[in-house]
Design a protein around this ligand. Structure first.
Ligand code: BT5
Length: 267
């Protein structure tokens, strides 16, 4: 089968509440697959579960991709996972830093979060009508530094760039092109029955996470477990301390037991 190629069409905004909210509006208005919305600043950047994403300044790449996937909605969770793989690979090739993934799709460098991903969607019957994958990558440090609650948790690419010396960072447009091209390849794989390949890539980037003891916080409460495996639909297989296994679809997972350390937060 010829490889499916998504053409991305990029809309640029100076300031918006949230590129995800804006793109969801475009989705409801019928905008096509591959529409990308980038904003220089967000006044109300969103994380998962109603959390905030700090992006009120021009220090990062804040964007959302509108998708109209035509594969089985049971693989919808792989869109966010595929986006995590795309960001990690783009960072590895442009910055030379060892970006890794923490389930479901946080991108970390040296245990600190450099990118967060928020995937949302609407399913009608057996069809995913649309999905919006929002990606926030800290490119440089915000003026005056990260707010105190993100100290020790967040990092920016400029801190890890081996290319032009200390403090440099890739150009945001180059980074966007690279992430979109990496993501387009995984999106095509998902349409060609290749969820396993995307899963394998993601699991490779989660090596420092899979096998570890984790604390899981979800609507079921707080559980202590061992992260066993990433499954082909993007869910996380864990073994609870009681011995039984459980598939986690939506939760916060932090590495280690309740004690916190760098990279072991809820972010
Ligand atoms: C996420 O949520 O990590 C998803 C973030 C998605 C942001 C993008 S930006 C473009 C698009 N438009 C939006 O409105 N959102 C998307 P979650 O896993 O819930 O993590 C949120 C947590 O990350 C917060 O509670 C903080 O602890 C931490 N955090 C907030 N801002 C951060 C930043 N700039 N860098 C690193 N960590 C941050």
């Amino acid at each position: 089968m010829a490889q499916m190629e998504t053409r991305f069409r990029v809309l640029r905004l100076d300031e918006v509440d949230s590129t995800n909210l804006y793109t969801r509006g475009l989705a409801e208005d019928g905008a096509p697959d591959g529409t990308v919305v980038v904003a220089r600043k967000q006044t109300s950047g969103k994380g998962r579960l109603g959390r905030q994403w700090h992006s009120s300044g021009d220090f990062g790449l804040w964007f959302s991709i509108l998708l109209r996937p035509v594969f089985d909605p049971k693989f919808a969770g792989m869109l966010g996972i595929g986006a995590g793989v795309a960001v990690a690979q783009a960072i590895r090739s442009l910055v030379g830093a060892e970006a890794v993934l923490k389930w479901p799709n946080d991108v970390l460098i040296d245990g600190r979060k450099v990118c967060g991903i928020l995937a949302e969607g609407r399913t009608v019957g057996r069809q995913l009508e649309w999905a919006v994958v929002g990606i926030g990558i800290n490119v440089t440090h915000p003026e005056g530094g990260f707010p105190p609650e993100l100290e020790g948790i967040a990092t920016a690419l400029s801190q890890h760039c081996a290319c032009d010396g200390e403090g440099s960072a890739p150009d945001k447009d180059v980074l966007l092109d690279s992430v979109l091209s990496e993501f387009g390849a995984r999106y095509a794989m998902l349409h060609e029955g290749g969820a396993r390949r995307v899963r394998d890539e993601a699991a490779g980037l989660m090596e420092s996470f899979l096998g570890r003891r984790v604390t899981i916080r979800g609507e079921f409460g707080v559980l202590e477990a061992r992260a066993l495996d990433l499954l082909e639909d993007g869910t996380l297989l864990v073994r609870l301390d009681g011995g039984e296994t459980m598939r986690i679809t939506a939760a916060d997972v932090s590495i280690g037991t309740c004690a916190r350390g760098p990279g072991e937060n809820n972010a």
